[in-house]
Design a protein around this ligand. Sequence first.
Ligand code: ZN
Length: 230
Amino acid sequence: MRFTYYEDFLALVFPKTCCVCKRSLFEFENHLCKICVSQLPITSYHLRPEDNDLKVKIDGLTKAGRLFSFLRFTKRGMSQKILHQLKYKHKPELGNVLGRMYGQVLYEYYAGQWDTVVPVPLHPVKFKRRGYNQSERYAQGLAEVLQVPVSTALNRMKFTETQTNKSRWQRWENVDRVFDIANGASFLGKRILLVDDVMTTGATLAACANTLLNAEALSVDIAVIAAGRM
Ligand SMILES: [Zn+2]
């Protein structure tokens, strides 16, 4: 409770600001101002989810079907600022906001095509440090609009070292067999939307997709917040 009072106090002294441009927000705005929302670098992946550069990147690693990304990632661009706020500035709700925004796009084209939304899990150590899984927050926003449940039954088993300075193959070896399904959970026959914050090499997402497909999921599609050259 004390924390809530403290937050209220902060909000009085320091009004909430847009996480991109730092302008003070109106009551009806949530983490992003209307101007920044109108300028988001939204992709058109939802128009060609089976034939795009993300799909090309992940082909050969997994049989995941369709690939979606809400934003195009550019260094020092809006999407990088947003991801930084989401991951390192304790803004879990921003993940829900982004999920609801992209959920509206996906709902328009793909309503009823998924049974559940599954976030890529964080390692427990990272989860403890951050206090939340940003991908799970994105999953919640998407699921809310798509009107399906979120499943957190995909687990991460062991800590993976940092992925930088590793070859593509080493990265793949590093994440393969890292994920498993919680005891008693079933993805049998399910059409899954697997989600993460970013897609870089695609190795982590592919490993997750394969774990779900091995658990006899009917199909796995992938949606991230941002993708592009990292
Ligand atoms: Zn703004």
